[in-house]
Design a protein around this ligand. Structure first.
Ligand code: ADP
Ligand code: MG
Length: 580
């Protein structure tokens, strides 16, 4: 018997329902509004009163309207066809909609049930399998998409039958498994999973042991992110968060990209629709969308739908990770998600924490970030979710609760500075405030020693120190004046500017400069550090400035030229002439 109830209180999207039976937290229900069914999620239960958050506008809803509880939580539909899709937080397919947004009470199918997929079996009758083990494979674009034992299956099963190779739709029974009690269960190519629960089905989750290259110098060299690592990009509006995330999406070493766009404004979501599908994969030259799923929300969508979107995105990543793929999850911006949490908690009249965010904001953010990571699957293969979220702190205040809580959860911090953005020093990532904790991991140091060269991290720290020292010198020169400080101050300042202009700054819109492979990053850093190691004898600070400006100019031209082109060699020669 399903639990039912009656609406007994309405505050915007928060509705109180008097229930006639048991309901669970996070359970879904439908509220009947004169024939239109509104989906809602239980967020609190107190006696026979359930507080439910409606995913849509509650306009016209009244006390006494009837409610039907579904006995399940908000689930994602998983299966071939997720890639290239654009969904809202409830996985409604937004590309099939006219205009961008659904009418109230309308829900769409997440996956195409008619499309045929070329299936190849992996498991054989008699095999012993558990949840997440691979039964077969289809090609999704050019990626191998594994059909797995559903994650919800508990204990060991014996494979009874597997469908032969052939073209099937997602509803086709591709395997029959027998459970321990001898009962047969059918497996199709699609399954569902509650988005707020992490998908397990792997053997272990060790610490990350390699870097995910992004082609962005300030990240890869200065503050690299691990494959399976976490990072966040806080920055005020217009500082380049979205441009940086798109650069990482285009160039990052990942198989699958899931973009959770929690839009600041409706026009930004329209941008996602128009811009993201245009992005070209820097490695293959194909459309990035072929291996991307977008989950999209705007702040005018109801709060619970916005809150759900990041979980849906994470669940899709976990699904692909279980296939042994490397996933990149990008969320822009997680502040909108936190605001959704705040709105919900305020309507519930919960005791508020700092800035009226829920008291457990830090725990919610930490739990979410902890779902990322590198895993070793049951078959010994590995998969990873690298997660990078942006945070848009009001007024650029990095002391606000969302930034502070995220700082505790994420291992990389890419602070975008208004100052740098104003000066068009892009990407505006502060070389001084930003950090990557992975640079302290012994396994990562060892990896870099092997991949790049022995002692690489020391070299990076040396470059960071030059930048830090340059900043101090700049402060002194500002206070005491150009003539009031020794020449060495000017020299130290200009050495840091050299690193800044010729290495840290990178034009995301230039075909060559946008993607800088690690080999090239090393070449440039070596070149620059060699200059920094020299001591010069300048007659006055103007001579020093002019000299460094010439160096900067040549090195920047090098960044814009193809590596090892004639042009590049020409600049190399100009540089050696200037240095001799
Ligand atoms: P945010 O998402 O933080 O509001 P955007 O990512 O939309 O900011 O960036 C705002 C603008 O800054 C861009 O339209 C672009 O002109 C400029 N910009 C940001 N990053 C770069 C970059 N790496 N190279 C060149 N221009 C950039
Ligand atoms: Mg943005």
């Amino acid at each position: 018997m399903k639990t039912t109830g009656k609406v007994s209180g309405i505050v915007s999207n928060l509705v109180t329902v008097t229930v006639d039976g048991p309901v669970a937290e996070n359970e879904l229900c439908y509220i009947d509004l004169s024939g239109t069914r509104l989906l809602a999620e239980v967020i609190k239960v107190n006696g026979d009163k359930a507080s439910v958050q409606v995913f849509e506008s509650t306009r016209g809803l009244k006390n006494g309207d009837s409610v039907e509880f579904l006995g399940r939580m908000l689930e994602a539909t998983l299966g071939p066809g997720l890639l290239s899709s654009i969904y809202d937080g409830l996985q409604n397919d937004l590309t099939t909609m006219e205009g961008v947004f659904l009418k109230r009470g309308e829900y769409t199918e997440a996956l195409d049930h008619g499309k045929l997929w070329e299936f190849t079996p992996i498991a054989k009758p008699g095999d012993k399998v558990v949840a997440a083990d691979w039964l077969g494979e289809v090609r999704e674009g050019w990626l191998p998409h594994k059909i797995m034992v559903p994650f919800a299956f508990e204990g060991e099963y014996t494979v009874k039958e597997v469908a032969p190779a052939g073209e099937y739709n997602i509803d086709k029974v591709v395997a029959v498994l027998t459970d321990a009690s001898g009962e047969d269960v059918e497996v199709t190519m699609t399954q569902k999973w509650p988005v707020k629960v992490a998908i397990k089905g792997y053997r272990e989750k060790p610490r990350p042991r390699r870097i995910m290259e992004t082609g962005v110098r300030v990240i890869d060299t200065f503050d690299p992110i691990a494959e399976g690592g976490t990072g966040f990009i806080p920055g005020p509006f217009g500082c380049g968060k979205t441009v940086l995330q798109h650069a990482i999406a285009k160039q990052g070493e990942a198989d699958v990209i899931v973009m959770a766009a929690c839009g600041e404004r409706a026009n930004e979501v329209v941008e996602i629709f128009t811009e993201f599908p245009e992005l070209i994969d820097a490695h293959t030259g194909r459309h990035l969308m072929e291996r991307t799923t977008i989950i999209c929300n705007t702040s005018n969508m109801p709060v619970a739908a916005r809150e759900a979107s990041v979980y849906t995105a994470m669940t899709i990543c976990e699904y692909y990770r279980a296939m042994g793929l490397r996933c990149l999850l990008l969320a822009d911006s997680t502040s909108r998600w936190a605001q959704a949490l705040r709105e919900m908690s305020n309507r519930m009249e919960e005791l508020p924490g700092a800035d009226a965010f829920p008291v457990d904001l830090s725990a919610i953010i930490a739990t979410f970030y902890s779902r990322a990571g590198m895993v070793v699957l049951n078959n010994g293969k590995t998969g990873a979710i690298t997660f990078i979220g942006t945070v848009s702190p009001a007024g650029g205040n990095l002391k606000e609760p969302v930034t502070e809580s995220t700082k505790k959860a994420a291992r990389c911090f890419y602070a975008l500075e208004q100052n740098r953005a104003d000066q068009k020093r892009y990407p505006a990532v502060s070389p001084i405030d930003s950090y990557s904790k992975y640079l302290e991991y012994p396994e990562i140091i060892e990896y870099l020693d092997e991949k790049i060269e022995k002692g690489w991290v020391d070299k990076v720290l040396k470059a960071k120190n030059i930048v830090r020292k340059g900043k101090e010198m700049a402060d002194q020169i500002n206070i005491l004046g150009d003539d009031g400080v020794p020449m060495s101050y000017h020299e130290a300042f200009w050495k840091s500017e050299l690193i800044d202009f010729a290495f840290l700054q990178q034009d995301a819109f230039d075909d060559v400069d946008a993607l800088c492979p690690m080999e090239r990053q090393k070449y440039m850093l070596d070149l620059i550090l060699d200059i920094c190691d020299r001591s010069f004898e300048f007659e006055d600070f103007e001579q020093c400035r002019n000299y460094f400006k010439q160096l900067i100019n040549i090195l920047r031209q090098m960044n814009y030229s193809r590596f090892d082109s004639e042009q590049f060699k020409d600049y190399q020669q100009q540089l050696s002439k200037l240095l001799s």
